[in-house]
Design a protein around this ligand. Sequence first.
Ligand SMILES: [Zn+2]
Length: 260
Amino acid sequence: MELEKPAAKPIKILVIVAHPDDIEFGVGGSVAAWTAAGHEVTYVIVTDGSAGSNAKDVDLGALVRQRELEQLEAAGIVGVHDVRFLGYKDGELQPDIELRRDLTRIIREVQPYRVVIMDPTAVMISMESSDYINHPDHRAVGEASLYAIFPSAETRPIFPELLDEGLEPHHVQEVYIVLTDKPNLAVDISAVWDRKIKALLAHRSQVGAEVADMVRRWDERTGKEVGVALGESFRVMRFIRTEDVGESGAEDVQAVADPS
Ligand SMILES: [Zn+2]
């Protein structure tokens, strides 16, 4: 696993996840580091979070609104002020063409250099003491996001209705995949870890102070692999076209995707 090198200039970053709080567990520290470095970050929360309580007779409408407010507070703590809620039903997400179109629309509108997505291939994930069955919404949003990035966002004949909305094709250069069992890159979050935890604890309907110790153990383990105190890990794919290399100054190109 490599340690992330700072980007040469400010970039736009789009983070797409299934649920309110998904970002804060695995990406929040990296987002805090990126916004501190001058990068502009947008969040997309695809489901409404309405499965976030198993209590009987819970007011689901109130829960959805509370989780939106928690997510907005968490975003603000790490310097993110653009948060999009798509309102799909929590727990029943499918990687269908409607979801892919909605995500393609946002990618073309925001025009990110980097998109952070969930891993569509991770069915079971090894955690420190046990295995974790990955939530099907995570895999569904990961698959729809991956195929929105390629081929949908950059291919003119796909979703012609988006052209009618004035949204031209956009080529994404990097994909960071979170909650993966194949990480190849870590972001140093040592200097911003307190803000990561503050953002995570903003999800008061979901977590209590006890999660801080667990998340610290994860982040210490990742940090140790790359020689820093605390880190978050990703599987990174780069699709930098040869004509983009001079402009971005990216000499560490790992892959050049053929758009055909
Ligand atoms: Zn989740």
